[in-house]
Ligand binder design. Structure first.
Ligand SMILES: NC(=O)c1ccc[n+]([C@@H]2O[C@H](COP(=O)([O-])OP(=O)(O)OC[C@H]3O[C@@H](n4cnc5c(N)ncnc54)[C@H](OP(=O)(O)O)[C@@H]3O)[C@@H](O)[C@H]2O)c1
Length: 285
């Protein structure tokens, strides 16, 4: 039986990138999935829309629906969980994946940019968790996964790329650091009631279109820094199906801890151990 049979999940930022891949895999594991993004259609020149993502899951036999909300706007996100639950029923799983970055040196980051990043990357995940929690607590069962980033901490020196590459992500990384702290505290509060809250970050760069645009050159110069999306997806699956409490973990780290192999996005094929470079190369190829 698929591991998430009968579960209902909401994944934000699921029109493309990591969120879309997670939604696809959850559906392949039997979950009914509500996908969200700010709009149903195209986002500028980036390929992939919310409507496409929902259709892709349905075409492969899964149950899915789409809901839209600009997460930067508190009134638009105020009833997002209610609208998601209206589609299929109470949520078992909430994955706060949507995020945005405005890149600039920390000495020059504008208040407007910092406010927008905080809205999408911190306040929205907290608001959505607060919307989902009453039902999860009442049922004594739930999983909330916040997607983090390695940019939440100052990188070791010497930097793997130019110093500028490390500096321009400081404001964005600060929002992810705040999300880590909030997650740990919330997890400690609600774990006794059967709700498991964690943060998962890629160990390196997942070459989504957005990431390729801004940090693709780093992955090109340092191929060991490119992470197949399947690794993140597998780690997400672990954290929304098992009992982990308040962990701030990296994808390969958690898979190593629990000795879990990485599977393809349709769940049908084992691709290998997340820690074996040879297998990772096969995944990338
Ligand atoms: N890719 C990486 O290497 C990497 C590294 C570290 C951390 N992460 C984290 O992983 C997560 C996913 O990253 P990604 O690279 O897959 O992102 P992405 O390709 O840029 O996709 C972002 C998703 O979030 C949605 N979104 C953005 N702003 C939104 C808003 N204001 N309201 C509603 N939805 C919004 C987008 O939907 P629209 O269609 O509405 O634009 C899209 O579906 C993020 O939390 C990111 O911080 C990624």
């Amino acid at each position: 039986m698929p591991s998430l049979d009968g579960r209902i999940a909401l994944v934000t930022g699921a029109s493309r990138g990591i969120g879309r891949a997670i939604a696809r895999r959850l559906a392949a594991e039997g979950a009914t999935v509500v996908l969200s993004a700010s709009r149903p259609g195209a986002h500028g020149d980036l390929a992939g829309t919310l409507d496409d993502a929902v259709e892709e899951i349905r075409a492969s036999g899964g149950r899915a629906a789409g809901v839209t909300a600009n997460l930067a706007d508190e009134s638009e996100r105020a009833d997002l969980v209610a609208r998601a639950e209206a589609a299929f029923g109470p949520l078992d799983i909430l994955i706060n994946n949507a995020a945005m970055g405005k890149w600039g040196l920390p000495s020059q980051s504008t208040l407007a940019d910092r406010r927008r990043m905080l809205e999408v990357n911190l306040h929205a995940p907290v608001d959505l968790a607060q919307q989902a929690l009453p039902g999860m607590r009442e049922r004594g069962r739930g999983w909330i996964l916040n997607i983090g980033s390695d940019s939440s901490r100052q990188p070791d020196v010497p930097y793997r790329d130019t110093p500028e590459a490390a500096h321009v992500i400081v404001a964005y990384g600060s929002t992810k650091a705040a999300l880590n702290r909030y997650t740990e505290g919330l997890a400690a509060e609600v774990a006794p009631e059967g709700v498991f809250v964690n943060v998962l970050a890629p160990v390196s760069i997942v070459l989504t279109q957005e990431a390729a645009r801004f940090v693709g050159h780093i992955a090109k110069n340092h191929p060991d820094m490119a992470e197949p999306v399947e690794v993140m997806v597998e780690a997400a699956l672990e954290l929304v199906s098992e009992r982990h409490v308040g962990r701030i973990v990296y994808s390969r780290e958690i898979l190593h801890n629990v000795a879990r192999p990485v599977r393809s996005l349709d769940g049908k094929k084992v691709l290998g151990d997340a820690f074996l470079p040879a297998d990772l190369e096969a995944v990338i190829a």
